[in-house]
Design a binder for this molecule. Structure first.
Ligand code: BES
Ligand code: ZN
Length: 590
């Protein structure tokens, strides 16, 4: 037996699921999805086949002729879920599982109409990364197990299904009052990229290969904010080579979406907190687009290799930004990233194994050890390789890397081997071993200078000595300038300072969520009451963990605000995605 992924029960030596046909009914009354999954193996297999599940109700398993197959399921493991073992009788390559999901499925969020923009229809969406696909479909839930699929989803007739797959035709469902939507995914994907949403969803074309989907109330704003998507797509192809997923569409989600973005192939999911009205947060779209190569074409083999996914993607995101907005934009973003990295590393401890690029994540919950380290330390390492090899050589290397490993899932060791073969000597030159396998940040880290960043940080650092921005000047600052300035201010300010900031710059009524959240964190840490109503409203409207976690952490840490944190969480917990709810529960558990 060889289980190669510490976060999956699957054993690819037993057989490999190469494709799936899903036929699923979405029941909003019971918050369950019920139906069948027909799993097809790459080759005939016999004996036990282990699949990942979490909270699934298995009703039965049959072979292609409809004969019952034996199966058993293990007790639930908090991190991994349950292993469903199916006994394949003498050589078979296809079987069907009849099952239902649980109302508490960890990948799914069922929204009441009140939690949507329109307020009239319910909404359902999935978020499978890292190991939640198993709560929606019984599968070999490891990035090592890529598969293609077809899906038919039946929903109440007034709702629309969108999926990270090529859409087919919609047809009347078998039951009256229902409609069925068909999809096909001809390119093989790792299970964490399986994704769909159901709701009152409309769309608008933005370019020859791109369209934005969202609720009608949010369409116009979304179309404006991301109108530059085609330019980004062309810039990305320049760096990586041809786009192989046919279309790059995206879905602007309800407020409770727990991430900034998720690179579901053909249909990226985005938080509506990016709708700042000034295109200042489009880097997230560039990031998810970049995953179309680094991630969706070349995936990490297991969570130990996650940095291959995010580190290369942050590097690509910033290359795209540089291409569209110039060198200074890239330096500024890199410098902000460096600050975030130092904060993350310091909170783990500089010698913690979680500050390595390749990690040993066995026994840990991916949702718990999620941090900026694979993103920003990974980025710095890739940027160092780029600087050392020189632009031309490195660009060629990246294109080769993508081409060579397309549609596979690779380990860090495979990457190292490829690097040594393609750019001989570079590993020793940059001390790759230290970067990848040791904790902390090596002393040959590339430094990104930004005069603007230095000016803003120095200004913020002089705050306690009476340093203040010139009001007329600061009113002209960009959203990013404000973000940097607020992050560099002391975490606790005297009340008079809070009043001054808020009166001069109207921070509490900010529409840009990055500025607003950074301000609310300072105000919460300072016990500044006039913002508390806004904070409570923000925590009720937004489910993005990037904002929830620091706000709840700060509120919970303050004696004066701890009770408020508990009250706000009690009032909103049901409205958060299960992954976000779990994250906040961990904060409040100390
Ligand atoms: N794939 C990630 C989101 C993710 C990672 C979900 C791990 C679940 C487990 C996505 O590409 C991402 O990194 N999103 C960032 C955006 C960014 C760094 C610009 C986010 O959500 O903030
Ligand atoms: Zn990412």
């Amino acid at each position: 037996m060889s289980r190669r992924d510490p976060h999956s029960f699957s054993d690819l030596d037993q057989g490999r699921v190469a494709s799936m046909d899903l036929d699923l009914n979405v029941n909003f009354a019971t918050s369950r999805i019920e139906g069948t999954a027909t799993l097809k193996l790459a080759a005939k297999a016999s004996g036990p086949l282990d699949l990942d599940t979490r909270d699934l109700e298995i009703k039965g398993v049959t072979d292609a002729a409809g004969n019952k197959l034996e199966w058993e399921i293990t007790e639930n493991d908090d991190i991994l879920g349950s292993c469903l073992r199916i006994n394949l009788n003498g050589g078979m390559d296809s079987f069907t599982i009849d099952y239902a999901t649980s109302p508490k499925a960890s990948a799914l969020q069922w929204l009441e109409p009140a939690q949507t923009d329109g307020g009239k229809h319910p909404y359902l969406f999935s978020q499978c990364q890292a190991i939640h696909a198993r709560s929606v479909i019984p599968c070999q839930d490891s990035p090592l197990a890529r598969f293609t699929f077809t899906a038919r989803m039946t929903v109440p007739e007034e709702l629309t299904v969108v999926m990270a797959a090529a859409p087919g035709k919609a047809a009347e469902g078998a039951q009256s009052g229902t409609r069925s939507f068909s999809f096909e995914m001809p390119q093989s994907i790792p299970p964490y990229l399986f994704a769909f949403a159901v709701g009152n969803i409309v769309s608008e074309d933005l370019g020859p290969r791109s369209r934005v989907y969202t609720e009608p109330e949010t369409l116009e704003k979304s179309a404006w904010e991301f109108a530059e998507v085609d330019k980004m797509l062309l810039a990305a192809e320049d760096v990586f080579g041809p786009y192989l997923w046919d279309r790059f569409d995206f879905l602007v989600m309800p407020g409770s979406f727990p991430y900034g973005g998720m690179e579901n192939p053909r249909l990226t999911f985005l938080t509506p907190t990016l709708l700042a009205g000034d295109r200042s947060l489009v880097n997230v779209l560039a990031h998810e687009l970049a995953h179309s190569w680094t991630g969706n074409l070349v995936t990490n083999a297991t969570m130990d290799d996650f940095w291959l996914n995010e580190g290369f993607t942050v590097w690509a995101e910033r290359r795209i930004l540089e291409n569209l907005y110039g060198k200074e934009a890239k330096s500024l973003a890199s410098a902000i990233g460096r600050n975030g990295l130092m904060e993350a590393m310091n909170s783990f401890g500089m010698d913690s194994p979680f500050t390595q690029l390749e990690t040993d994540s066995k026994g840990s919950d991916p949702d718990e050890f999620y941090s900026l380290v694979p993103y920003e330390k990974g980025y710095l390492f890739v940027a160092l390789l780029e600087q050392t090899a020189g632009q031309e050589k490195f660009d060629a290397f990246i294109k080769n890397y993508i081409k060579h490993f397309s549609f596979t899932s690779i380990t860090t060791a495979q990457f190292e081997e490829f690097l040594n073969a393609e750019l001989p000597g570079i590993s020793e030159q940059v001390r790759a071993d230290e970067w990848i396998h040791q904790a902390g940040l090596p002393d040959n880290t590339p430094v990104f200078e930004s005069e603007r960043l230095a000016m803003l940080e120095n200004l913020a650092k002089s705050w306690s000595d009476g340093g203040r921005p010139e009001v007329a000047e600061a009113k002209k600052w960009t959203a990013e300038d404000w973000q940097i300035f607020l992050q560099a201010l002391p975490r606790t300010l005297p009340e008079a300072d809070c009043v001054w900031l808020d009166e001069k710059f109207d921070l509490t009524s900010q529409g840009n969520c990055e500025i607003l959240c950074n301000w609310l964190i300072i105000a919460a840490g300072s016990g500044y009451e006039p913002t508390f109503d806004r904070t409570a409203r923000f925590l009720a409207e937004v489910g993005r963990m990037k904002y929830l976690k620091p706000l709840y952490t700060t509120l919970y840490a303050g004696e004066k605000t701890r009770g408020m944190a508990k009250e706000i969480f009690a009032a909103n917990a049901d409205g958060y995605h299960p992954i976000a709810r779990g994250g906040i529960e961990r904060i409040m558990a100390g």
